[in-house]
Design a protein around this ligand. Structure first.
Ligand code: DGY
Length: 325
């Protein structure tokens, strides 16, 4: 009997391809740039399973051309590249990779917060440009204290809580805003208080976004919300592009309405609103929240395990459309 066919839409670790190849007939994207929709559909024809990244769009138009597809395993926790409802309608199981990237993404969020607070990128550029001529000028390159400050986390899921855990070591007051309250024991452990969003914006020295993307949170932070923040505050976005209105943030940073920002995710990435490039008070990274070798490998292995289970008729550990369990 011929093996089921699986497509891997981007280049992944060889050991993952090898493991999948033991069970399936596997084709991969060796060029490692996302395929255009027509090319993706052409490659997907006849496949039962696909491994996707956040750059690979799985929508109704693609699904219509993939009648054999049974499972989509996203190598990400976020699912905004996938029309889950359209998959469910067609009986296609969708999975993601929660858990394995929590700590790594929290590390990056923390690094960004620290970098923006202490102006690390600016300092690095200053040294490299040869502007460091006098030394120890009392009021040059001043940053913001992180220890003892108030951190507001919007989106207190697993990653939000992992970030809060780091903040406890810096004696920070933690405010959070979430649809539902986290268990009281976790609030106590993290010294975190649930507040309304506007209250959080007004009181926080650092506002950190960690909500999953959905149309409901599109431009959750725009000009109106930024106006509610302290002028000394720093915004950190490690959630998803589109959660922040980039144009409004750029305007606010230019006008000094807030002190700074650190951004890992952008609207329409990898294209960038060019306004960001000239801003000294913004630290920019290329969506690297989960980007350590160990974590990216764990994400790929998790996705491969999900796909294997789905195609072998077992329950995938991270099934998203639970109605298809
Ligand atoms: C995710 O898993 O959603 C991340 O953003 C990708 O690293």
């Amino acid at each position: 009997m011929s093996k089921p066919r699986v497509l891997i839409a981007r280049r992944v670790f060889p050991e993952v391809v090898e493991a999948l190849s033991a069970r399936f007939e596997v084709a991969t994207n060796e060029v490692d740039t996302p395929w255009a929709p027509e090319e993706f559909a052409r490659r997907l024809a006849g496949c039962q399973g696909v491994l996707t990244t956040i750059m690979d769009r799985v929508d109704e138009a693609l699904l219509a051309k993939a009648p054999d597809l049974k499972a989509v395993a996203n190598i990400a926790v976020g699912l905004n590249n996938i029309d889950v409802a359209a998959c469910t309608k067609r009986g296609i199981r969708v999975t993601n990779t929660p858990g394995v990237l929590n700590e790594t993404t929290a590390d990056l969020a923390w690094a960004l917060l620290m970098a923006a607070a202490r102006r690390i990128a600016e300092g690095d550029a200053y040294v490299r440009r040869g502007d460091w001529k006098i030394g120890f000028e009392m009021e040059a390159n001043l940053g913001t204290d992180v220890h003892g400050a108030t951190l507001g986390i919007i989106g207190m899921g697993r990653i939000g809580q992992a970030i809060a855990k780091r903040a406890t070591g810096f004696d920070m007051e933690i405010l959070y805003h979430n649809r539902s309250r986290i268990p009281e024991a976790d609030e106590k452990r993290l010294n975190a208080t649930r507040v309304e969003r506007d209250d959080l914006l007004a009181r926080s020295d650092f506002v950190l976004l960690m909500v999953p993307y959905s149309p409901a949170v599109h431009h959750l932070i725009g000009a109106v919300e930024i106006a509610k923040m302290k002028r000394t505050a720093i915004l950190v976005n490690t959630a998803r592009g589109g959660v922040v209105d980039d144009a409004a943030l750029i305007e606010a940073l230019k006008a000094g309405r807030i002190a700074g920002a650190a951004i890992d995710v952008f609207e329409g990435e990898p294209k960038l609103n060019a306004g960001y490039l000239g801003l000294r008070n913004a630290v920019l990274t290329p969506h690297v929240g989960s980007a350590t070798r160990a974590t990216r490998l764990a994400m790929c292995e998790t996705a491969a395990a999900n796909l294997t289970a789905a195609l072998e008729g077992r329950a995938p550990p991270n099934l998203v459309n639970k109605e298809l369990a």
